[in-house]
Design a protein around this ligand. Structure first.
Ligand code: ADP
Ligand code: MG
Length: 710
């Protein structure tokens, strides 16, 4: 069934059967009376015990209903849900909302019951929302339907609320009512036996009544599909998605083979996913409401435009300016408005941004100055920042701001931060009704604007496709099968280089030597100085085993290094199988970075970049993305490490080759996309040379998935 069909069935059904409808207090009664209240289609109460429910003719089961039914709402005890689902299937009803609880969320028996319900749904082609959910609501007059057992019905608005938790859903709806925030749809997903966040997003993508989507999520079923759908919703359809995702706290370090594995918590991966999809992530309910309101009521400011702050006091103006700089927002240049503003304010005010119109300002002065900054073409958004004063009536000021916002019609964003609790609620009501997001203080107002500017950047960012390099996958396949034939999953360093070479990475000259003499012969080809490293499938971290000697300048040093490496390895791991010593050309001076990859069962291959070397786990200056990545995303990754300055060159250093890092990231992205069997991969370090000289991979670790997990 296409999403458009399920959109009709769930969001605007022509008829609903309520199984478990009742007059006795409880969920069956609550949901039935909510539906009756406002729904214009046909309603069929289904109950074995009554002939009528609230005056409507009842049926013993859906099969007895003579007409066709679009949607079934199931509010019966859990045990009989499978039987009910069979009836729904036989009646050819295509959608069911199961609000009954007592499934996966309670115990293994419940989980079994839930699987049964899911299977029956699949057999008959019934799409299911729930079980263990609150139901769903459609709130426009046209398609009014409250199929939830919530206590109160919110008002209509353009925000869709989707929640995995019923409790959060109920609380959000009540708090929204209190804050005068309306919804287009409210969807409680519950246990997601069938319809998950991706299906729900598909329903909402083309819903004309929905302008902003707000989600509370605990987990995601299919990261790849989530990425495709959310990108379409945010970028193509330009609907912001604001997500409150539970579980920001780290899970604690897991035992991992690679640096990448050790650095990747589930939260980093979700952050990466959200960034790549243009999703706005918030940490608190407060932020969720603030952003949802702002996006639903105000236009998103234009790219490249700045913020103008208009205030009646110096202190608050400075606080707002600080907040702008904290969030990296640009203050608009108001030079062109200087003369006009100077005529409107006393001489000790300031016509520069932040505009200080001084403490004796009344709403009239605010009005004129706001009018002037709105007409300045550098200004994309205006914050009216205000402190109580005897000359200022807040209610009048609120009306002034609303009037200015309505008058512009130029698509400029207006928010207000009015300090002073004792000024009462009236001014807030006026702002709310006039579609002006209002805050008590500057910080959340500016934070909100930051999210809006970032969204504008996201939608205007040109989309590029992941680059396809000319590479040799068959070579990689050969290496992997050779490794597997030896019942191994981890590659030796030299095998790793074969893989990297096949994907066009620049690596250094190297040879595996099985004896001291072979070592010396190898060096004749490579040339001093050299590096020597232990090669053993049983030693993963070579330095830890005293297995790396660098900067060897002559034959004597090389011979001593060979012996020391073998001896150290034997001491470190007496049982280790030793393949020999890898002799490698010494890399030129450069900065050590790390490139990594890790497979995640939900999200697929993730790619990592950061500052490398032995301190990676301490500094944790790394970023993740889902592969494949485009060039622009690779560039964004490089820019977003905190220590980027070191790569750009400090104190007279030349800039390092950032372009070569970008290319390496794209090549790695192609490799891990082509080979999903790579479980973990570290290039640590990738030495970055000065601009124009490229990068060198001087260590590589690849770990394959166990074959039974392929
Ligand atoms: P491991 O990470 O297993 O301990 P590496 O091969 O990464 O072993 O070597 C440890 C460190 O030695 C590297 O981080 C790098 O600083 C240095 N090193 C290794 N190989 C070279 C090389 N070819 N040229 C210069 N420095 C090297
Ligand atoms: Mg290393």
């Amino acid at each position: 069934m296409s999403s458009i069909d399920s959109q009709n069935i769930f969001l605007s059904p022509r008829s609903i059967a309520v199984i478990g409808a009742s007059e006795k207090p409880g969920v069956g009664k609550a949901i039935f009376s909510n539906i009756v209240n406002g729904y214009r289609g046909k309603i069929y109460p289904i109950t074995p015990s009554n002939e009528f429910v609230s005056g409507l003719k009842a049926y013993k089961n859906v099969l007895e209903v003579p007409d066709q039914i679009d949607l079934a709402v199931v509010a019966t005890p859990n045990k009989i849900v499978p039987r009910i689902m069979e009836d729904i299937g036989k009646k050819k009803i295509k959608g069911a909302i199961v609000v009954s609880a007592g499934f996966k969320e309670v115990d293994e028996n419940g989980a079994k019951l839930e699987r049964e319900v899911g299977l029956i749904g699949k057999d008959y082609g019934i799409r299911i929302i729930g079980p263990n959910c609150l139901g769903i609501m459609s709130l426009s007059e046209k398609s009014m339907m409250n199929a939830t057992f919530l206590k109160i019905t919110p008002r209509y608005g353009n925000i869709a609320l989707v929640s995995q938790s019923g409790a959060i859903c109920a609380a959000t709806v009540e708090d929204a009512i209190a804050q005068n925030i309306g919804f287009s749809k409210v969807i409680s997903m519950g246990n997601k036996v069938d319809m998950d966040e991706n299906d729900i997003l598909e329903l909402l993508a083309y819903d004309e009544e929905t302008k902003v989507i707000v989600m509370y999520l605990e987990d995601i079923h299919d990261g790849r599909r989530f990425m495709a759908i959310t990108k379409k919703v945010t970028k193509e359809l330009q609907k912001p998605i604001i997500v409150l995702k539970a579980g920001r706290t780290p899970e604690g370090a897991k035992a991992a083979m690679s640096h990448t594995g050790a650095l990747m918590g589930s939260d980093e991966t979700f952050d990466a996913l959200f960034k790549q999809c243009g999703i706005i992530r918030v940490d608190t309910m407060q932020e969720l409401f603030e952003l949802a309101t702002a996006f639903s009521k105000q236009p998103v400011p234009k790219l490249g435009s700045g913020i103008a702050i208009v205030s009646n006091a110096g202190g608050p103006a400075i606080i707002s300016t600080d907040a702008c700089s904290k969030y990296g927002l640009r203050m608009a240049d108001l030079t062109e408005s200087k003369d006009v503003i100077n005529k409107l304010i006393p001489p000790h005010g300031s016509s520069r941004n932040p505009v200080d119109i001084v403490g004796d300002a009344d709403y009239g002065r605010f009005e004129k100055v706001i009018h002037e900054v709105l007409s300045n073409s550098n200004v994309g958004s205006v914050v009216t920042m205000c402190t109580p004063s005897a000359t200022l009536n807040y209610d009048d000021l609120a009306r002034t701001i609303v009037k200015a916002s309505k008058a512009t019609g130029t698509g400029k964003t207006m928010v207000a931060a009015l300090m002073g609790l004792a000024e009462g609620l009236e001014n807030k009501q006026i702002l709310s009704d006039g579609n002006i997001p209002h805050f008590m203080y500057a910080e959340p107002a500016i934070r909100t604007l930051e999210a809006m500017y970032a969204f504008r950047e996201w939608i205007e960012k040109p989309s590029d496709e992941p680059k396809q390099f000319n590479v040799d996958p068959s070579k990689v396949r050969q290496v992997f099968s050779r490794v597997r034939a030896q019942s191994r999953t981890n590659l030796l360093e030299e095998e790793g280089y074969e893989v990297l070479e096949a994907y066009g990475f620049s690596i250094l000259k190297k040879r595996l030597a099985k004896s001291e003499e072979e070592c010396i012969t190898a060096i004749q080809d490579i040339g001093y100085p050299v590096v020597m490293k232990i090669s053993s499938p049983d030693i993963v971290h070579k330095s830890d085993a005293g297995g790396v000697k660098i900067g060897l300048k002559n034959e004597n040093e090389a011979r001593l290094a060979f012996r020391a490496i073998i001896e150290n390895a034997r001491m470190y791991e007496p049982e280790a199988k030793i393949s020999g010593v890898l002799v490698q050309e010494m890399a030129r001076e450069g900065k050590e970075t790390i490139l990594g990859a890790k497979f995640d069962p939900v999200l697929g291959q993730l790619i990592m970049f950061g500052l490398g070397g032995i301190y990676v786990e301490v500094l944790k200056d790394v970023v993740f993305r889902l592969a494949p990545i485009e060039g622009s995303e690779a560039a964004r990754m490089i820019e977003s490490v905190r220590t980027i300055k070191l790569l750009e060159g400090v104190r007279g250093e030349k800039q390092h080759d950032l372009n070569a890092i970008k290319e390496s990231l794209q090549r790695l992205s192609q490799l891990i996309t082509d080979f999903q069997e790579i479980e973990e991969l570290d290039i640590n370090p990738l030495i970055v040379l000065e601009e124009g000289n490229g990068v060198r991979a001087i260590d590589i670790r690849i770990n394959l998935k166990k074959s039974d997990s392929l």
